[in-house]
Design a protein around this ligand. Structure first.
Ligand code: NAD
Ligand code: DAU
Length: 354
């Protein structure tokens, strides 16, 4: 049996960001054993990892982070040295439709995982690490100016961000109360391949392609700070290996965009790719009722991560968006698979009355 120098459970590894993190760790660290623990909800898809699924250091285990018994069995079986925790309900609009699902997974699930990790590691914390992946949305909403730093007080405003904020507090509470070795990062909006088409960028790409209305909430004036998903995965790798126990790190793209400007940029890119006349796709733009409690602006100050650990984003936004569009146009089957069935029902509920 192969001897591994580290055994890591990655939760949510079949999702958007998780699959990029799993791929990076499996391919970059053949000496680590990577166990992907995922419930395979609507957002989890093992197709995302087809290319690495037969690697000898990769294993998939299906399960729920709220299932203490199952987690205990896996800790007994694999003797994990570390957990990288990404599993979550991640879509703000869904959290408005069904907040308690977010409390269950994001709060109860994270607390259960912390508890199991503590119970298995408490006799010897040395060499152990609980890495929690969180979001910039816990900081609330910015006005026209300023940035979120690691010291910005928490001010979550949606059920999603409230559930993530709560999970962050549990992580820090386990560190302060029980000395559990933890690290946390709070990242801005990611984009790239394998992003579920309920989120702004893949939803717009899919609708432009299918000549469907492009539903821009409110006036499209809300601002997000976009980071290419592989750059986030690299940040997690850097922080996991070099970050300081008990600390948190902000991760961001230094790349703020108004929603409406992104939609126009995507329309221009897709007009070219689909051989449409310039301006044709933009005719699909439809302003719809705003998201309740819609946060105006997010912008991350990632100076700490840059200065202390040397990380910075590698890709320009236009280049990253073009790569992303190419991936979606080439992977029609993936899009068709994930947008069939239940997704249709969600889409109806979310957009029908707007
Ligand atoms: P995602 O929705 O694409 O994937 C979530 C994954 O978690 C899926 O594979 C799903 O099957 C799994 N999962 C859900 N509930 C589970 C449960 N109870 N037990 C086990 N697995 C479960 O999410 P994402 O966009 O990849 O986000 C991953 C993490 O990164 C989340 O914690 C999110 O809060 C955080 N984050 C996301 C972004 C972003 O822009 N997408 C930015 C910052 C932080
Ligand atoms: O900031 C990090 C967060 O980014 C992550 O923690 C979340 O998991 C992730 O979903 C994302 O949240 P947002 O709410 O910012 O992302 P979303 O893609 O849903 O929306 C981006 C912006 O686009 C937001 O201002 C709402 C707007 N929007 C979104 C959709 C789906 C529209 O105008 N129309 C749409 O149809």
């Amino acid at each position: 049996m192969a001897q591994f120098s580290k055994k890591i459970m990655i939760t949510g590894g079949a999702g958007f960001i998780g699959s990029h993190v799993v791929r990076l760790f499996v391919t970059k660290y053949p000496g680590y054993q990577i166990v992907n623990f995922d419930l395979l909800t609507y957002a989890g898809n093992l197709e995302n990892l087809r290319d690495i699924e037969s690697m000898p250091n990769y294993i998939f285990e299906k399960g729920d982070i709220t299932d203490e018994k199952r987690l205990n069995e896996l800790f007994n079986q694999y003797h994990f040295d570390a957990v990288i925790h990404l599993a979550a309900e991640s879509h703000v609009d869904r959290s408005i439709l069904d907040p308690l699902a977010f409390v269950r997974t994001n709060v109860l699930g994270t607390a259960t995982l912390l508890n199991v990790s503590r119970n298995h590691w408490k006799d010897k914390y040395e060499g152990k690490l609980f890495y929690h992946v969180s979001t910039d949305e816990v900081y609330g909403s910015l006005g026209e100016e300023g940035f979120f730093t690691e010291e910005t007080p928490y001010d979550p405003r949606s059920p999603y961000s409230a559930s993530k904020a709560s999970s962050d507090h549990f992580v820090m509470a386990y560190h302060h109360t029980y000395d559990l070795p933890v690290i946390m990062s709070n990242c801005s909006n990611n984009y790239g391949s394998n992003h579920f088409p309920e989120k702004l960028i893949p939803l717009m790409i899919n609708n432009i392609k299918n000549n469907k209305p492009l539903p821009v909430y409110g006036k499209g004036a809300n601002v997000r700070d976009w980071l290419y998903v592989d750059d986030h995965a690299r940040a997690i790798d850097t922080i996991f290996h070099n970050g300081k126990i008990g600390e948190k790190y902000n991760v961001g793209g230094f790349n703020e965009w108004k929603n409406i400007d992104i939609v126009h940029l995507l329309c221009r890119i897709m007009d070219k790719k689909l051989n449409r006349a310039e301006g044709e796709s933009a005719k699909l733009i439809t302003f719809v009722k705003d998201r309740p409690g819609h946060d105006l602006r997010y912008a991350i100050d990632a100076t700490k991560l840059n200065k202390e650990l040397g990380w910075k984003p590698s890709l320009q936004f236009e280049e990253g968006l073009e790569k992303t569009v190419d991936w979606y146009l080439k992977n029609e089957d993936w899009v068709n698979d994930v947008t069939s069935g239940n997704y249709q029902k969600y889409y109806e509920q979310q957009y029908a009355k707007r």
